[in-house]
Design a protein around this ligand. Sequence first.
Ligand SMILES: [Zn+2]
Length: 429
Amino acid sequence: MILSENLHRHVAYLTEEIGVRLAGSEQEKQAAEYIKARMLEYVPDCLIETFPVNCCKVEKEELSALVDGQWKKYDTILFNGAPGTGGKTIETELVYFDAHQDYQRKDISFVSGKAVIHWGLSFGSEENYRRMMEAKPACLLMVDTRYTSQIPLGDGMFPAYVKAHGAIPTVNVAFFDAWELCSKKAEKIRLNVEGEAVPAVSYNVIATIPGTLEEPLCFYAGGHLDTQSRTVGADDNAIGCAVMVELARVLSQKKLRHTVKLIAFGAEEQLSAGSSAYVRRHREEVEKYGRFMWNFDSCASAVGWNNFWINVNDTLHRALTDCYHEHDVYYNEIRGAEPTIDLFPLTACGVPGISMHRRNCETGTFFHHRPANALENISTDVAAQIANAALDLIERLDKEEYDDKFSIDPDLVQAVKDGWEGTFGGWEG
Ligand SMILES: [Zn+2]
């Protein structure tokens, strides 16, 4: 049985001893080594694989705006994967751009040379991103419209978009700061960001518990090591890594027919870079033997409800529903191919699965990518209950009757294919 106090101990170490764990940073490496050492206490086969990422190294960030005739300072966080201003100050006019509607305009050249208040974090599509880059604004001030806040949050660019269309200085500003800039009709801004994303290395920690069959299939479970800037990520996602260690402890005592690989992925916050690196490197293994994935990401909000992404066929769906309900775990279900979670690259290899996530407000979690994503706001009891349901499901799906029953929801096959090609850049990345 997965124990809440063990989860608590691992999360405390990752968040309070190590702290913020940006992809490619020394702290992410420390987290990888901690998880590997804990895994090795139970599982002899545990190794670290590395892959290239960009690590955001920012020395200085300054945004000020001319409001009511005075220059006033505002807090920002540079997007991971975006360039800074090379230490130079950009001074330019502000223009408001609503990400929900303004992409419908045929002509968006009015942003050219300006600082764009991008109302909404999402570009909506690669085509919109391409048009924005082509219009050549001076910089983007991105606003999170999901949860209104006094502070900015850390976020990142889609690497495949940047590779295809380039990038300009892109920072997050707090919702209410952006509100003030708009409502007080700030005339101009000055932005100076020294530092940017530099080439670095990230880590996947992989523990393998071999199955007893001669040619076993393979189950995967995952959680991610890294965080965004200025957040220790207790819920996102120290808890997922803690669950991996607990699964290693419990599953190492059982003799399952099929192999289980428990993976603490690096660089999830750079659009699932660790899980895509894993499937690109082990494509044959995943496509041939991969049968199911349990992804744990942000599944411990102390208050709130479960929101699970599920992409499985009807047979698996029944097994899954029965099992979780027997464990008193109920959830809102999203049947979809969500690209921003580590389940997606495995699904691109045909592996069905579930990603366990909780919400505490309609638009997500109020501490998403923010400092309040900390131990005091999560419940390891809640996470343990979810993980114990998942553990039971692993044992149930290990039975022979399911051996030929693993496939993804046929309605999602095309969307997964398109997402892998479009958002991830396919097998070449
Ligand atoms: Zn996450």
